[in-house]
Design a binder for this molecule. Structure first.
Ligand code: NAD
Length: 342
């Protein structure tokens, strides 16, 4: 098969992770980058030696040489651009969340299924070595019966982070802030590790950033899983720390605690099954690649891009399916509703 030709729409903070990831794959080339602010597209093109920079996504979607597209724009535009790309016959890797409106996500899923196109929402932390090894251990029963998953994320954001963005901190542009954006990853990993869930309770506040944002800066939520496990999400952006995360998975045969910063850290691992404990410890010793761009995005966009491209080549489902993204989106939306923030 010929080299796959990939394009990136949206050349903001996360775009270098996409350029780096797709260029790291030998049988793929990134041939177009697009930002409605053409200077951003040109800058990314220069930085990564990408031949073409354009300002209008329609030029990307109508280009017959393009096989697949990363959508890396503000949340509100995900649904529309994903639908346009799929209707133009492109495979799509969309940054999280898959869309803000679940109906748009459903429509995208049905178009991708009918057209045989790969649609995958970014959940790069699902590919972190520590997360993969814990997932395998859970699937093999090495943690016993799961009783709890506690997630915590402290990520200080000052008012300028929101003031300088055209979309963050607004319901229309971001669809919620801390939970929909940064703590999204914690909710998504809870789904990966514990399965289907129901929202229990949630409370939110924006006492710190309320003069700058419409949305929340602090969240506490409880989720119950069909397997009987209880999960919590506690997170705030009203803090001095820039990024401090912790995910604790407790089962009847052991406890594992890790973070999703870069490099990921195993904070604690104590299992009855000592061989599996060794495997988890060894996976976390694997050298991690230096990521481009913002460090806490981690290094695993490369692994998700590789999975996405091999799903295209092999005609199989990607490791992170659009339904996975929809499940996380729906749980997050219901936590906003319970907290009466929608
Ligand atoms: N997976 C992660 O860890 C991670 C990290 C950061 C951001 N993200 C996600 O990536 C997405 C983008 O975030 P960001 O921080 O890069 O945002 P950003 O504001 O830095 O960049 C967004 C860019 O999209 C461009 N844009 C908007 N609409 C466009 C259109 N119709 N056509 C072309 N360009 C358009 C804007 O001009 C802007 O340059 C969000 O969904 C965010 O949640 C994910």
């Amino acid at each position: 098969m010929n080299r796959l030709r990939h394009a990136i729409v949206g050349c903001g903070r996360v775009a270098p992770n996409h350029a780096f990831a797709f260029q790291a794959i030998p049988d793929c080339e990134v041939t177009i980058v697009c930002d409605r602010e053409i200077s951003k597209a040109t800058e990314l093109a220069c930085q990564y030696a990408i031949p073409r920079a354009v300002a209008d996504a329609r030029e990307v979607f109508s280009d017959p040489t393009i096989d697949s597209v990363s959508i890396a724009v503000d949340h509100a535009a995900h649904g529309r651009l994903v639908l346009q790309a799929l209707k133009a016959g492109k495979h799509v890797l969309v940054e999280k969340p898959i869309a803000l409106d679940p109906q748009e996500a459903e429509q995208a899923i049905s178009i991708s299924e009918q057209a045989g196109l790969v649609l995958s929402p970014v959940s790069q932390h699902r590919f972190d070595p520590v997360v993969r090894s814990v997932q395998r251990a859970i699937e093999a029963g090495a943690l016993g019966r799961l009783s709890a998953i506690w997630t915590s994320l402290v990520c200080g954001r000052d008012p300028d982070y929101y003031r300088t963005s055209y979309w963050r901190g607004t319901w229309a542009g971001e669809g919620g802030s801390l939970l929909m954006n940064q703590a999204y990853h914690a909710v998504d990993l809870m789904h990966l590790l514990a399965g289907p869930s129901r929202p229990g309770a949630s409370a939110m506040s924006n006492a710190y950033l309320g003069s700058v944002i419409e949305t929340e800066d602090t969240v506490a939520a409880i989720v119950s899983f069909e397997n009987g496990c209880i999960g919590t999400v506690s997170s705030t952006s009203a803090a001095k720390d820039f990024w401090h995360s912790s995910i604790t998975v407790v089962g009847t045969r052991g406890t594992v605690e890790f973070d999703i910063g870069h490099p990921t850290k195993l904070r604690h691992c104590s299992l009855v099954d000592s061989r599996t404990e060794e495997h988890i410890r060894a996976a976390c010793l694997a050298p991690s690649r230096p990521p481009p761009g913002v460090s806490y995005y981690g290094a695993s966009h490369v692994d998700q891009a590789a999975d996405f491209l091999s799903a295209i080549r092999d005609g199989r489902r990607p490791a992170v399916t659009a339904r996975d993204g929809l499940l996380t989106l729906e749980l997050i939306r219901s936590l906003y509703r319970i907290a009466r923030w929608y």
